[in-house]
Design a protein around this ligand. Structure first.
Ligand code: ATP
Length: 635
């Protein structure tokens, strides 16, 4: 910067001391007003482009020339040039001058000089400016590359690790009190801290301290939260970095950052290094081998990580904690004992765990007495910790929008609906005919799922558009770990109920069943090809839990088996669709009543369905049980 300032200063000084710019005049003016008076001292023709006219000093008091002799800084009077004439060409100028001179009364030869002038500061600027620009660009690029790292502004820091260090001065604000429902995982993670603090307790019997612990689980189950809580409670330095931070546009930066991270960690040992979303660098190396030209950088980063975790160097006192939701994508070498020795699986919380998570997130909220945590946990099966945190926040926002002093149960229910199905869009324009189709479609889902025993209990049905859907049926899934073929089939029937109802009532179908059909097709393929439920395919599974076969080009079965799978899936879904239609034809009256009620009220609840279809306890109603069951027994 400083020499830019100097340069600017120089230019400014030069401009200040420059003489008054000469006044530009035409040849005619020159001849008529100046030449005639014999006031010209000399003429300088510059670069064959223009002529500078210098006046004789004795004319400085001439009223006609007073202005051009006006004094300027330090020089008095203006020494000239006083006038400038643009000349077409030197020859014409000479000719004109000669002719004019002849006309002068006391013929006098005016001295004419021909000079070449160059503008020095422009010349300097011409070669300095590109240099300045290049230097500035270079600085900018290096600064960009190095931001975030220690001393991020240095041009050489882009190979340094960008991990954040949490220690005594810079502590994590999370503790184990903020983590709920992850008791087993929490215990295992707490043990890591013990390993670091008192290694001799474990090594005295010859045991080796684990080097790495990997947290695996679906998104939002609290992996990062758990790591942050360890950071808050561990009392040892804690490095946090995300897998994607190793990746940069320059080749070799990833590996260098891994090296630097471990170097920093070893200096601070005993300590914990947490790598979030490790799949960004830890992906299996054989993956997409056919297209992998661009993967070299990631692979070298991974190789460096493998070496650091189990190389020649000792990493005593450094434990690596990592989190991912795609353990199947990780390179097997990363997961082998000696590297990530311990795998901690986090699952979606069950009802008890959800209750505990709700309690954590309800703590800062102002609630009224209608809130029942057990009820809320019961309403949210399949929700992750992050979903629950979101519901609590959403409920608070809804209550605030309604200008309430406290958050009530209804706010939570609305928040759940909003998160499950999206925002209500009452303003969406739907014609009465379409509304009728939607009502029958939803009524179809409702009636079929009500009549089938194993389908999850229905909570409510709505034909108010929400998010992307035009209508929706809410179920309360039961927490089941295992599903039989019959459960799958009845579930398919309930999903196909919408389209079947359209066909039964209107004799034609609409495009509204896209989502239902997609779900059924996907799951039907799983039933046939993964779960070994199909008799013709037999008890074989083509599922690949290792995730190694991801290109989609290699199928683990022959052409014929592929065809058979397609046929069996189509047959199963078509048969079930037929059975669903039959079921609805038999219950057409109930279907119509439910649809009419929906059209009238827009939202109907379990109780409304009970009034039309009777209690759902099928066991107590042998007639209906007989009516449905045969239709669904596998053939
Ligand atoms: P991802 O794999 O997508 O990174 P994650 O498993 O790391 O997800 P977190 O970032 O830990 O998920 O969780 C997100 C938020 O969800 C947390 O900040 C917290 O508010 C909430 N949460 C998740 N699990 C729990 C839990 N067990 N107890 C309390 N809060 C939780």
């Amino acid at each position: 910067m400083w020499w830019l300032l100097v340069l600017g200063g120089l230019i400014l000084i030069q401009m200040l001391f420059k003489s008054e710019p000469a006044r530009e005049i035409s040849w005619q003016e020159f001849e008529k007003n100046i030449l005639v008076k014999n006031a010209v001292e000399k003429i300088v023709v510059v670069n064959q482009e223009y002529a500078e006219i210098f006046l004789k000093k004795e004319f400085r008091n001439d009223s006609a020339f007073k202005d051009v002799f006006k004094p300027i800084l330090g020089r008095e009077p203006n020494p000239g040039p006083h006038y400038v004439i643009q000349i077409g060409s030197v020859e014409t100028f000479d000719r004109n001058l000669e002719a004019a001179e002849k006309k002068l009364p006391n013929r006098e030869n005016i001295s004419v000089l021909y000079v070449k002038k160059s503008n020095w500061y422009w010349n300097i600027l011409e070669w300095v400016l590109p240099l300045i620009l290049m230097f500035a660009l270079w600085q900018y690029l290096f600064r960009k590359a190095g931001t975030g790292g220690p001393g991020g502004s240095s041009p050489f820091s882009f190979g340094k690790s960008t991990a954040t260090l949490l220690d005594k001065e810079n502590k994590s604000t999370f503790t184990f009190d903020d983590v709920a429902g992850l008791d087993e995982a929490e215990m295992e993670v707490r043990e890591i801290v013990d390993f670091l603090k008192n290694p001799q307790d474990f090594t005295r019997l010859g045991a080796k301290i684990p080097k790495g612990v990997i947290l695996v689980g679906p998104p939002g189950t609290g992996k990062t939260l758990l790591a942050k809580a360890v950071a808050g409670e561990a009392q040892v330095p804690f490095f946090i970095i995300s897998g994607s931070e190793f990746v940069e546009m320059f080749v070799g930066v990833g590996a260098s950052r891994v090296r630097d991270l471990f170097k920093r960690a070893k200096e601070k040992a005993p300590c914990i290094v947490f790598i979030d979303e490790i799949d960004a660098i830890g992906r299996s190396r054989s993956r997409n081998a056919y297209f992998s030209g661009s993967n070299d950088e990631r692979e070298s980063t991974l190789n460096q990580l493998l070496t650091e975790m189990d190389g020649f160097g000792t990493n005593t006192g450094v434990i690596v904690l990592a989190a991912t939701n795609r353990a199947d994508m990780l390179d097997p070498a990363l997961l082998r004992p000696g590297r990530f020795d311990r795998h901690i699986y986090l699952e979606l919380p069950n009802i008890k765990e959800r209750e505990a998570i709700f309690k954590v997130h309800l703590r800062p909220l102002i609630l009224d007495e209608t809130i029942d945590v057990t009820f809320l946990a019961g309403q949210t099966p399949g929700f992750s910790g992050a979903d629950i945190a979101n519901i609590c926040n959403e409920a608070a926002l809804i209550a605030a929008r309604r200008k309430k002093d406290k958050i009530a149960r209804q706010d939570f229910l609305d928040a759940i609906d909003r998160i499950v199905a999206g925002l209500e869009k009452k303003s969406k324009i739907i014609s009465p005919e379409e509304k009728k189709v939607i009502a029958y479609h939803e009524a179809g889902h409702a009636v079929v799922s009500w009549l089938l025993k194993t389908v999850d209990p229905l909570v409510k049905v709505s034909i108010i558009p929400r998010g992307k859907s035009l209508g929706a049926a809410w179920y309360l899934p039961e927490e089941k770990q295992l599903r039989t073929l019959n459960v799958f089939k009845e579930h398919f029937c309930a999903t196909l109920g919408g389209r079947a109802a359209e066909e039964v009532i209107f004799s034609e179908v609409s495009s509204g069943a896209l989502d239902d059909l997609e779900k059924v097709t996907k799951e039907a393929y799983m039933v046939v090809a993964y779960y070994g439920f199909n008799e013709k395919i037999g008890p074989v599974s083509f599922y690949d839990s290792s995730g190694q076969r991801d290109t989609g080009f290699q199928k683990p079965y022959s052409e014929e088996t592929g065809k058979l799978i397609d046929e069996e899936v189509r047959k199963m879904v078509t048969d079930l669709y037929g059975q669903t239609k039959q079921l609805l034809i038999r219950n057409k009256e109930s279907l119509t009543r439910v649809a009419e009620l929906l059209l009238q009220k827009e939202v109907i609840f379990k109780e409304d369905l009970e009034k039309i279809l009777g209690s759902r306890m099928l066991e107590q109603e042998p007639d209906r049980k007989n009516e449905i069951k045969p239709a669904l027994i596998p053939v």
